[in-house]
Design a protein around this ligand. Structure first.
Ligand code: SF4
Ligand code: SF4
Length: 739
């Protein structure tokens, strides 16, 4: 079996899925020669007429420009310049309605032709001696973009570096009414072939396949004649079927190759150019004639002379229609492009651009407007007609739902907007319009995502730059500091250090008096506060003494009040004084040493002593008070005993008898009484032994009395005091005996 190339050489053709056969209606124009339109009064030149970006503007309002002069630059690989189609003056550069389905305003240069049609200097090239770079630059500088309708920059496709098997020249022109390429081939086949030669020089393909529909026999014959001297140029006449002119469909027709989804023909070794583009390349290289005009089919039953015209770029559609005898009708529609892929113009001031191949002004009967849209009945006629093997009804559903994920999943990007689905739809659903809107939305989302990515990249680059600058600054400062240090060391840094120290000392001297003054002031204030505290404490102590002196002691025993009335008052006063002094001593000092004071009894003037603890212990003060009272009582008893009969005075059994009288009632009292009796007996025995022990004996008696009082009054506090006194007395007794 012969290989693919042999099959191609043998003239084998293949088919593609779907497609339709609408009425061609090309006879309106394909039998007439190309007319050359007169230069219009105004030319409206959008600065961007292709897929890509606009070049930088090179002229300004008021400038006079020559024919073929660049109005915008080719400063970007995706930029294609725009040229002045004739000589004239730049009137304005303002937004103008664009030749696009969206009709959005596009920045447009308005040129007023001067009628001279004065050319700039031209420099033709010999493509056989030029290098590829020069050829590609010439193609780009001449403003050539795909003239089949896509408008992709030609120099990019012509400058591919990857191997190319087949260069396909698209001369199918399958859409009804349109015959511009047909007429171009009829009249300029030789120039077209020269353009193909230039492309072959750049791409070096294995073979050139020129596809022409079988409804263009004159053009096919012309091309065959022009290519007869080229060994690997093959003119292939394909059956008329819409849309055979689609890129992927024509590739499949001629080579039986399918371009995978999301891939380009170049990925399978194929490059396709429109026949009009090949003609423009030849003009640009061989004549230095940039793309200034193009052939446009002006058709429709509202025209007296439908025909193909050679129109300058920027010519308003109204000028084309007027040149063809346009008879406008009510609710007249004017379509740019063919009836399948074209779009209705918002107004007739829209200009001819590089991708304009047809202007259609049909009558209402000839091309009825779309009727009311109905619901999809899922007949699948659209899927059967789709040349891209898509599911148009599913795409419709997801387009309405604006579900971009599903649209991508169902390969909306592969839709060539041929309109075959809408053509066969019984529900009159304008399917292509839905797809165009959905594609625009997706493009906008992608643009936003790209902008966000670029913004993020710029942000990160800025952060990196700031960080780098910071590090460089720090490094520079360190180097400067090191250099300064070395310089100071070299030029006697000690002097500078001494000066700095002197300055610091002078500053300290200035601030010292102020600090000293503050210190003295603080000490004076402190002293004043201390003096006030001492005065307050002294005043308070005096008040307490006076108060206690006027009040009888609440704990005075009742049984002694009857016998020693005067002395008990004195004892109470002494006890109060003792308590006050103890409290005062506790408040006045914070020392924890114990101090005793002996307070003379004012009434007796004898050596009665009140033992007061210097500690701020109320219990000890109470003990001292109790001892004082006991001493007072003892003094009274002593006086009574001196005045009593000898029998009574000489006995020591009286207290015992008193205690015994209480013994039957309370065993504890009896025990205490017994202890007292023993203590008294001991005291009696040692009373005369030494005079030094007398105070101790006296104290013991007092203590015994206190204990007895405590027992008699049954006061726990007194009992505790008595027990403490007894213990102290015992210790003293023991000490005295030891001494
Ligand atoms: S042709 Fe129209 S009605 Fe039929 S499935 Fe497609 S969209 Fe629906
Ligand atoms: S317009 Fe798109 S979906 Fe409809 S037939 Fe053409 S390629 Fe298929």
């Amino acid at each position: 079996m012969p290989g693919l190339f042999q099959q191609i050489q043998a003239g084998k053709l293949w088919d593609f899925h779907g497609g339709i056969h609408p009425p061609g209606r090309k006879e309106q124009t394909n039998q007439k020669p190309i007319a050359v339109l007169p230069i219009p009064d105004r030319l409206y030149l959008p600065l961007r007429q292709h897929i890509g970006v606009a070049g930088q503007l090179l002229v300004k309002v008021g400038d006079r420009v020559l024919k073929g002069q660049q109005l915008t630059g080719a400063d970007n690989s995706m930029a294609v310049p725009v040229h002045a189609p004739t000589s004239g003056t730049v009137l304005s550069i303002t937004p103008h309605t664009s030749p696009h389905p969206s009709a959005l305003p596009e920045l447009t240069l308005v040129l007023e032709p001067d009628g001279l049609d004065e050319w700039r200097q031209r420099e033709p090239l010999n493509f056989l001696t030029c290098d590829n770079l020069t050829l590609l630059s010439r193609i780009q500088d001449s403003g050539i973009a795909g003239m089949g309708g896509a408008g992709f920059p030609t120099h990019i496709k012509a400058g591919l570096t990857q191997p190319v098997d087949y260069l396909i020249i698209n001369a199918v022109e399958c859409e009804p009414y349109i015959s511009a390429d047909d007429l171009l081939m009829q009249e300029a086949a030789t120039t077209i072939v020269k353009g193909i030669d230039i492309l072959c020089r750049l791409l070096n393909p294995k073979a050139v396949l020129i596809g022409i529909e079988d409804d263009k026999p004159i053009a096919a014959a012309a091309m065959m004649a022009a290519c007869s001297q080229r060994e690997h140029y093959y003119v292939r006449v394909v059956p008329t079927k819409y849309p055979s002119g689609g890129e992927k469909q024509l590739i499949q027709l001629l080579t039986n190759k399918e371009v995978p989804n999301g891939r380009r023909p170049a990925d399978i070794g194929i490059v396709m150019q429109n026949v009009g583009t090949a003609f423009a390349i030849a003009q640009a290289v061989l004549d230095d004639h940039p793309l200034l005009s193009r052939i446009v089919t002006v058709a429709g039953d509202t025209l007296n002379q439908p025909q193909n015209v050679l129109a300058l770029l920027g010519t308003p559609v109204s000028a084309l229609l007027d040149a063809c005898g346009f008879q406008s009708q009510p609710q007249q529609r004017v379509i740019m492009g063919g009836p399948m892929m074209g779009f209705t113009l918002p107004d007739l001031s829209v200009p001819v651009v590089k991708t304009t191949n047809c202007v259609l002004a049909p009558t209402a009967q000839e091309l009825p407007a779309a009727s009311t849209e109905m619901d999809c009945i899922r007949c699948s006629a659209c899927a059967d007609a789709c040349p891209a093997s898509l599911l148009p009804q599913q795409l419709l559903w997801y387009s309405k739902a604006k579900d971009s994920d599903k649209l991508n999943e169902y390969n909306l990007a592969d839709c060539i907007e041929c309109g075959a689905c809408a053509y066969v739809c019984p529900s009159e659903i304008p399917l292509v319009q839905y797809y165009r809107v959905a594609k625009a939305d997706i493009r906008e989302q992608q643009r936003e995502a790209l902008k966000a990515e670029q913004a993020k990249a710029r942000f990160e680059a800025r952060n990196a730059r700031l960080e780098q600058e910071k590090q460089e600054r720090q490094q520079r400062n360190q180097q400067l500091a090191a250099a300064r240090q070395q310089q100071q060391l070299a030029s006697g840094a000690n002097t500078a250090v001494a000066d700095a120290l002197a300055r610091i000392k002078a500053k300290q001297a200035q601030t010292a008096p102020a600090d000293e003054r503050n210190k003295e002031q603080i000490l004076a204030e402190r002293e004043l506060k201390k003096q006030q505290a001492r005065d307050y404490q002294q005043q308070k102590a005096q008040q307490q003494q006076a108060h206690q002196a006027t009040e009888p002691h609440s704990g005075q025993p009742e049984q002694t009040a009857a016998t020693v009335n005067t002395d008990s008052k004195a004892a109470a006063v002494a006890a109060a004084i003792a308590r006050a002094q103890a409290k005062k001593a506790a408040q006045a000092t914070e020392q924890h040493t114990t101090e005793q004071q002996v307070m003379p009894t004012p009434d007796t003037g004898k050596g009665n002593e009140a033992v007061v603890s210097a500690e701020a212990d109320p219990r000890k003060a109470a003990i001292a008070a109790a001892i004082a009272r006991a001493k007072a009582k003892q003094q009274t008893q002593t006086e009574n005993e001196t005045s009593a009969p000898p029998a009574a005075a000489g006995t020591v059994d009286k207290p015992t008898a008193e205690s015994n009288s209480a013994a039957p009632e309370d065993p504890r009292k009896a025990a205490v009484a017994a202890a007292l009796a023993r203590a008294k007996a001991k005291k009696q025995a040692s009373a005369e032994a030494t005079e030094q022990t007398a105070p101790l004996a006296t104290e013991a008696v007092i203590a015994d009395k206190v204990v007895a009082d405590a027992v008699v009054t049954e006061d726990p506090r007194k009992a505790a005091i008595a027990a403490a006194i007894a213990r102290a007395k015992a210790r003293k007794q023991a000490d005295s005996e030891n001494s």
